[in-house]
Structures are given as structure tokens and as C-alpha cells.
Design a binder for this molecule. Structure first.
Ligand SMILES: N[C@@H](CCC(=O)N[C@@H](CS)C(=O)NCC(=O)O)C(=O)O
Length: 220
């Protein structure tokens, strides 16, 4: 397989970048990484070099560009025959929860932006955001109760669904969202993934601050 390059945004802030990046790490696919700091004076021109849509992530292989987080995960899943549960019913459920994340939870995404290295108080979720949180907790609980015996991920083994929800785990940690035990255990599982650890460490070391994503106040 020819070389892969994944173009991503800031590790601290770019939740859509984290998803395929983590999945590539999980599959242990070698890839080059191009990181573009978002929302600077040069971002637009830099993104234009790589991304047909002007946003990240983008996976590049030879002349081919794949410019959406879920499409990138699907491509890798097809190339490596990994990423979705083997059982057709479980696979349908995994695709459903991954798609629900990809197309939804708008209030959560705008009111609790990913900010991996921060721990914040004082962000009061709206009713819509609280409904998003409850729906995510319900998805996690249902998946863990149904598939938990097969392993510690949503569908037992790691799947693309877990990659899709990894940034949500980060948001819950950043904003101190109270979690039932089953959800807390799942967050711990995500945080223990070596790829997630690598991403979080790199996020800590990034110099850029995107003030629009710095909501709430630091934990006293
Ligand atoms: N639906 C896209 C969303 C990608 C997206 O919104 N990317 C953000 C960063 S997390 C971005 O590139 N923003 C730059 C901009 O809007 O200028 C996906 O799943 O990949």
C-alpha cells in the first residue's frame, strides 16, 4: 500500500482529526502526519494546499484525497479489514452510533469544545446540550451492557464507533461532566489507549491557544 499522509488540526482542539488519527494508530497503519494550526492568519492558505473542502482531517494517498473523518475510517477499514464488528447486527449498531456522532450532538459540540489539556468549571450546558449528554450516556450504557462481555470497548473490541466517541470522553473530562460508573469505566478505557495517551501528550505540548475554544474557568 502506498504511503498515507493524514492532515490534521491542533491536537488540543481538533476533535474531528482525533477520530481517524486514533483509528490509524489502532490498526497500526504507518502514516505521515501534517499538522496545521487552525484559526491563524496562514491556516486558510495551508489548508487549501491539502484539503478540497478547506477543513481537516484529510487522508492523502498518492493522488487521492479523502476529506472526512468517517470516510477516512471507512477507507482504512476496507483496506485492512478492521474497524467494524464481525457480526452483522453488531456492525449495524456500531455504524448507527458512529453515524449518530458524526451527524449530531450539535449542542454538545458547540458548548463544550474539545480542549484536551484543560480542566474547566463554569460551563453550564443548555437543555439541548444536557439532552445530548444523556443520549450519549444511554448509547454507551446500552453498548457496554450488550457487548461488554467481549471486551472493554463499545462493541467489545475496538471499533470505529470508539474512535468517533473518543473526543466526547475528552470533553467529559475537561468539563467535569458527572458520569455513572459504566460511563466512567469507558472513559478510562479510552484514556488508557496508547494512541490516546500519545495524542493527549502532544496536545499538552502545543503552543497555540484558540480563545473561542477556551470556555469556562480553570478548575481552582
Ligand atoms: N464532517 C467533517 C468535519 C471536519 C471539521 O469540522 N474540521 C474542523 C476542525 S475539527 C476544521 O477543519 N475547521 C477549520 C475551519 O473551519 O476553518 C469530518 O467529519 O471530518
Amino acid at each position: 500500500m502506498s504511503e498515507l499522509t493524514l492532515v490534521i488540526g491542533n491536537k488540543n482542539y481538533s476533535s474531528w482529526s482525533l477520530r481517524p488519527w486514533l483509528f490509524l494508530k489502532q490498526v497500526q497503519v504507518p502514516f505521515q502526519e501534517v499538522r496545521i494550526a487552525l484559526y491563524t492568519n496562514t491556516t486558510h492558505a495551508q489548508l487549501a494546499q491539502y484539503s478540497p473542502s478547506g477543513i481537516v482531517p484529510v487522508l492523502i494517498q498518492d493522488e487521492v484525497k479523502i476529506w472526512d473523518s468517517l470516510a477516512i475510517c471507512e477507507y482504512i477499514a476496507e483496506c485492512y479489514q478492521q474497524g467494524w464488528p464481525e457480526d452483522a447486527i453488531a456492525r449495524s449498531q456500531a455504524r448507527s452510533v458512529a453515524a449518530e456522532m458524526h451527524s449530531g450532538f450539535v449542542a454538545l459540540r458547540s458548548e463544550m469544545p474539545m480542549n484536551c489539556r484543560a480542566r474547566r468549571v463554569g460551563v453550564s450546558p443548555s437543555a439541548a446540550c444536557q439532552a445530548n449528554i444523556q443520549r450519549i450516556l444511554s448509547i454507551w450504557q446500552s453498548c457496554r451492557q450488550t457487548y461488554g462481555e467481549a471486551g472493554s470497548w463499545l462493541f467489545g473490541s475496538f471499533s470505529i464507533a470508539d474512535a468517533m466517541y473518543a473526543p466526547v470522553a475528552s470533553r467529559f473530562v475537561t468539563y467535569g461532566v458527572p458520569l455513572p460508573e459504566i460511563a466512567q469505566e469507558y472513559v478510562n478505557t479510552i484514556y488508557a489507549h496508547p494512541g490516546m495517551q500519545e495524542w493527549l501528550q502532544a496536545a499538552q505540548e502545543e503552543p497555540e491557544i484558540i480563545s473561542e475554544s477556551e470556555l469556562g474557568q480553570p478548575v481552582p
